[in-house]
Write a protein that binds this ligand. Structure first.
Ligand code: ADP
Length: 355
């Protein structure tokens, strides 16, 4: 077995786990040593001249004769020496046992402290890892369109001459790209910041939330000759008006993005027990079963060759569904999906009914 290097040991000792484990161990040892000191002093007193007599008190007798006998016997030098020796031996044995006990406490306490420190720190570490991953993913996602933007502009600048038409085209592309980047950064900020503390839990009409979301996508649907059928009944659920409309908007946006021209999208709703649901059903490309478990992951996009818009550009950043899921969870709801490749997908938001 290879010995760990000094540097590795030093960095481990410096690590938070070691420091926290050390604090736990100090507490355990303080308790163990404190208990030992108290136990020793009480027991030592019992072993001493004022404690129960090793010979006389064995008889359990409290007769006057026994009590009278005790001082006389103890004055005998042989008994005195014997008692002293017994006392010293008893104290030594007791001390030895307590020392062993504390060594065992030190060994067991070290293992227990390390285990407790790991348990305490694991969720914090996971959180920090997730944050680091988020920052790295977000930076990567932002860098790609920024690089594309930089390249197109540099290519245009290198041209000796540029017509007004070309310049306008370039500017239009730049503006479109910047608009998408703005949408991405807004979604990223929402995803990173929203901890649900500002989520309200009030009665919200599914019908109103659906109409509010639909209004934003009328022209996008018209551009692809997509008909949106809205049959959502007037169901009142417990949630946050803005979050619910935003979630429906994300799902509707996807339904339009991943549907072919001249297709239909159906918005429907229903009540079941204590739950109110709204479904967004499209007849688009559907989602492959291998992608289904991942589509709610941040930045996950199904096979890029399939997620292309009509101009062949890959649209979206894989952030919408993770934001939708987060918003729905913050409202104590859930979001489920069923999909068949080539046939379409149905996303359903299930919310607690307003009481
Ligand atoms: P984006 O749409 O920006 O890529 P999302 O998080 O909204 O990101 O969606 C993640 C992935 O899930 C998409 O890239 C797409 O592959 C798939 N997806 C989502 N909604 C649909 C849908 N209605 N039909 C087909 N695929 C979908």
């Amino acid at each position: 077995m290879r010995m760990p290097s000094l540097k590795a040991v030093q960095s481990f000792l410096k690590s938070t786990t070691a420091r926290l484990a050390m604090s736990y161990l100090v507490i355990i040892m303080l308790m163990s040593i404190g208990f030992s000191v108290v136990f020793y002093s009480v027991s030592a007193r019992e072993l001493g001249p004022h404690g129960p007599h090793p010979v006389l008190d064995q008889s359990q007798s409290n007769s006057q004769t026994d009590l009278d006998m005790r001082p006389r016997i103890e004055r005998d030098p042989a008994v005195k020496a014997y008692l002293k020796q017994r006392e010293a031996q008893g104290k030594r044995e007791l001390l030895e046992r307590l020392i062993y006990l504390n060594i065992i406490a030190l060994a067991a306490g070290s293992a227990l402290s390390y285990y407790l420190a790991r348990r305490t720190l694991r969720p914090i570490e996971e959180n920090m890892d997730a944050q680091a991953q988020f920052v790295s993913d977000a930076s990567h996602e932002l860098r790609t369109p920024l690089t594309a933007l930089q390249t197109t502009n540099e290519v245009a600048l290198r041209k000796p001459k540029i017509t007004e038409n070309e310049a306008r085209n370039l500017l239009a592309k730049n503006v479109a790209e910047v608009t998408k980047l703005q949408a991405l950064t807004t979604a990223l900020l929402k995803l990173a910041r929203s901890d649900g503390s500002d989520t309200r839990h009030v009665p919200v009409s599914l019908q109103n939330a659906a109409s509010e979301a639909m209004n934003k996508f009328i022209s996008a649907a018209q551009n692809k000759d997509i008909v949106i059928e809205d049959t959502v009944p007037d169901i009142s659920v417990n949630g946050d008006t803005t979050s619910l409309a935003q979630t429906i908007a994300i799902l509707l946006d996807n339904a339009i993005k991943y549907s072919p021209e001249n297709s239909t999208i159906l918005l429907s709703g229903s009540k079941n027990g204590k739950t109110g649901s709204i479904s967004i059903q499209d007849h688009g490309q559907g989602i492959a079963s291998k992608d289904l478990p991942h589509i709610f992951d941040r930045f996950y996009r199904a096979d890029q060759s399939r997620t292309q818009n009509t101009s062949g550009e890959v649209d979206g950043y894989g952030i919408g569904l993770s934001l939708a899921k987060k918003l729905v969870h913050q409202m104590n709801g859930e979001i489920i999906v069923t999909s068949a490749e080539g046939k379409g997908s149905t996303f359903t938001i299930r919310m607690p009914l307003a009481s």
